[in-house]
Write a protein that binds this ligand. Structure first.
Ligand code: NOJ
Length: 734
């Protein structure tokens, strides 16, 4: 009894004495996140709340399209910063100010464009998609997250999952090609790579899906423009990648610069609130793109900054990137009863939710490790190198020009890209450094050593009309067994604000190849670019074409490995290469046409066929597809149907083959695409061996289509499954 009495007294004493220092609930890392959020929000003043909705800039910004000054006298309570610096100690100093000088100690969220790597730069997304290896992308995004995290970044503005089929638009480089399903699969892989198992893992960073939504449909390929998208196409083509990535847990989204059929993406209540927040129940937040709130004025839907802010916020944009419009106008908007505190509380809660989930309240500072331990670790470079190997597409290989035969002893390496580093790194290189890039010529040296003599000539520059280097290039070519000509796009020619009226390379580069032809040697054309190119004049001049894309830091060796035969190419295009610019738009999943017979409606002056379709890519081995087999010829909507195909590697080299499975619906209430990719699988098949690929058709997922409200329909009748050049019919009954 005595003991019990003393214990009670002691506990009362402890409670009383601790009460004065009791930590607020939001600081208790063991409390549920939602409780922590409500506790914090109810302690915040109006000004503190509005500060959370703003993003400022810190550090030197080198992006020419998005120029902005580092914020001076930054308020300690700011919600987020774009952190252009890469020093964790600077971040920690800024964060210290937030933690110690803001009244409630709310950590800042540091964001940055980590697009295809942070310092270990891997290929641009259009190249990555050609690998058909999302697992490898997931690993690469894990590497990027770790490097970024150790440099003070909590949040990347990636992945870009804008389905895009107009190669004049420079940003095709940043997405996973022209197909919706491909963007979904790679988008999910990127989200999982960045965010890890949990956002609170030590090296996880938050993903940001962009640019929500329809930006890839920019009219004429012109950037920052109108995109005419019917609601049905919005649901059929553009929504699925976002929905898949939201389901995969993507923490945030960025609203696009585009105008979706009259309602800009940044003021679009339907897409941002009705769909994203209500239907999909996304509980993270949306950040505007750079000055996209202010640009609502230029787009003609707001008369001034105040109205722009009101429209963006009401539509569902919680964070204002750089504009400062929310901060300037929200007090007045609330006083005028145009905005309510509960709306602001909801937005603040969404931002705090991401911060809590990232563990920023509990561990606001970045661990400081030396740069040498942070970047370009051998195992991380290996991932980048593997991604390059798997993303290089062998587009043409006449008479088995590649790999080099044993008789190749002298190679002429020619062209402005052969020794280049700056352009190999690609658009949006984050903190990538050209000095880390392995050039094509360095890759050749490593691969061929003294076994093959490599002679180099520049030939010409990327543009201009100086042909003075042609004669040296021709003379070197004449003395060689084979010519490798490396041309392409400078990295600023693709990416943001990099629209081109033609997708042909400048005439000087084409002329270089025309002249090299005079040497009478086999020519291998190596292309470095961020978009499909018009190759109609070049293709007939060369024996082989290798698409290297913009490979990042590790391009040289994988390319040399492909040319030597050490690596068997396995990539296939995720975007169609039109024959000429005039064919745009051309994409594999166009709708069926009224007169598909006798070439009716085709171009009269050129072929209507593109040069290389989506899915095109050669290998050094041969794959033979056996007869595909369906598990049944009829199914009901509740049943699943499996299709198998046995693929044999009938050549002499081990290889990796990706089987692409498509569905088509010949008669439906609304017209359907010629075919739609529904599943893909990449597997290694040793020479002489075979393996079975299986696609399990789930009617609800694979045979249905959405209407203009996003409601999915499943109609009875015939369908086809396409694999290789086979097309198998089955019926959906009931
Ligand atoms: C503008 C770009 O459109 C977007 O992709 C990028 O994330 C932001 N600027 C921030 O740099």
């Amino acid at each position: 009894m005595k003991t019990l009495f003393s214990a009670t007294i002691l506990s009362i004493f402890l409670t009383v004495s601790c009460n004065s220092e009791i930590e607020p609930l939001y600081k208790d890392k063991n409390a549920p996140v939602e409780d922590r959020i409500s506790d914090l929000v109810q302690r915040m003043t109006f000004d503190e709340k509005v500060l959370q909705l703003n993003q400022y800039l810190a550090g030197e910004n080198t992006n020419v399209n998005n120029i902005g000054e580092s914020t001076k006298d930054m308020p300690a309570g700011i919600g987020s910063l774009i952190y252009f610096n890469s020093d964790p100690e600077v971040r920690n100093l800024i964060q210290k100010k937030a933690m110690e000088e803001s009244r409630l100690g709310i950590p800042i969220l540091f964001g940055f464009d980590v697009i295809h790597g942070y310092r270990t730069i891997y290929p641009i997304s259009l190249g990555v998609a050609a690998s058909w290896n999302p697992e490898l992308l997931k690993k690469a995004c894990g590497v990027a997250a770790k490097e970024a995290c150790l440099s003070g970044i909590d949040w990347t503005f990636s992945p870009m999952i804008d389905v895009a089929s107009d190669p004049r638009w420079g940003r095709v480089a940043e997405g996973y090609g022209e197909d919706s399903y491909t963007n979904s699969v790679f988008g999910v892989a990127a989200v999982k790579g960045y965010q890890g198992e949990s956002l609170s893992d030590p090296y996880s960073i938050a993903a940001c899906l962009k640019h929500y939504i329809g930006y890839g449909r920019s009219e004429g390929g012109r950037d920052y423009r109108y995109s005419d998208i019917s609601r049905q196409s919005l649901w059929e083509t553009y929504m699925p990648p976002y929905h898949a990535c939201v389901k995969a847990g993507a923490a945030t989204l960025m609203s696009g610069f585009n105008d979706i059929s009259g309602v800009p993406a940044t003021a679009n209540h339907y897409t941002l609130t009705e769909v994203l927040k209500k239907q999909w129940q996304h509980d993270g937040f949306v950040v505007s793109d750079w000055e996209a709130v202010d640009q609502l004025i230029a787009q003609g839907v707001a008369k001034d900054r105040k109205e722009a802010g009101l429209k963006a916020f009401k539509a569902g944009v919680e964070m204002d990137m750089k504009d400062n419009i929310y901060l300037e106008n929200f007090k007045q908007l609330v006083d005028e009863d145009k905005l309510s505190i509960s709306e602001i509380d909801d937005a603040v809660s969404r931002i705090l939710r991401v911060k809590f989930r990232l563990g920023l309240f509990d561990e606001p500072y970045t661990k400081v490790v030396p740069e040498s331990a942070r970047y370009l670790q051998p195992q991380d470079k290996k991932v980048a190198e593997q991604l390059v190997e798997e993303s290089i597409v062998l587009l043409k290989n006449e008479a088995s020009t590649l790999p080099f035969s044993a008789s190749v002893k002298k190679v002429a390496l020619i062209g402005p890209m052969a020794k280049d580093k700056e352009n190999l790194i690609g658009a949006w290189p984050a903190k990538g450094d050209c000095k880390d890039v392995e050039s094509i010529s360095e890759g050749f040296e490593k691969e061929f050593g003294t076994r093959i003599k490599v002679s180099y000539a520049l030939g010409c520059d990327f543009e201009g009309d100086d042909e003075s280097g042609f004669s040296e290039a021709i003379s070197i070519a004449k003395k060689s067994d084979i010519v490798v000509v490396c041309i392409g796009e400078k990295n600023g020619w693709s990416g943001e604000n990099a629209t081109r009226s033609t997708i042909a390379l400048p005439t000087i580069q084409e002329q270089l190849v025309v002249n090299l032809k005079k040497a009478g040697k086999p020519i291998v054309l190596v292309l470095t670019n961020g978009r499909p190119l018009e190759l109609v004049r070049l293709e007939p001049l060369v024996d082989a074409i290798v698409e290297l894309w913009q490979p990042g830091v590790a391009g040289g060796s994988p390319l040399a490995g492909i040319l030597s035969g050490r690596v068997n190419p396995s990539a296939k295009l995720a975007i169609t290469f039109p024959l000429t610019t005039g064919q745009i738009p051309t994409y594999y999943n166009m709708r069926q046409c009224a007169r598909p017979f006798s070439k009716m409606g085709d171009y009269q002056d050129i072929s209507t066929e593109p040069l290389y379709w989506f899915g095109h890519g050669l290998s050094y081995t041969t794959y033979q597809y056996g007869t595909a087999k369906l598990s049944a010829s009829q199914i009901t909507r509740e049943q699943k149907l499996t299709v198998d195909v046995t693929v044999s590697n009938t050549g002499k080299m081990d290889g990796k083959e990706t089987v692409l499975w498509y569905i088509s619906d010949p008669a439906c209430s609304i017209s359907r695409p010629i075919k739609e990719l529904k599943f893909f699988e990449k597997k290694e098949i040793k020479a002489g061996e075979k393996t079975v690929y299986t696609f399990e058709i789930d009617p609800l997922k694979d045979l249905s289509y959405p209407d203009e409200t996003g409601k999915y329909f499943l109609e009875q009748g015939d369908f086809y499954v396409h694999v290789g050049d086979q097309k198998l019919k089955f019926e959906l009954i009931k």
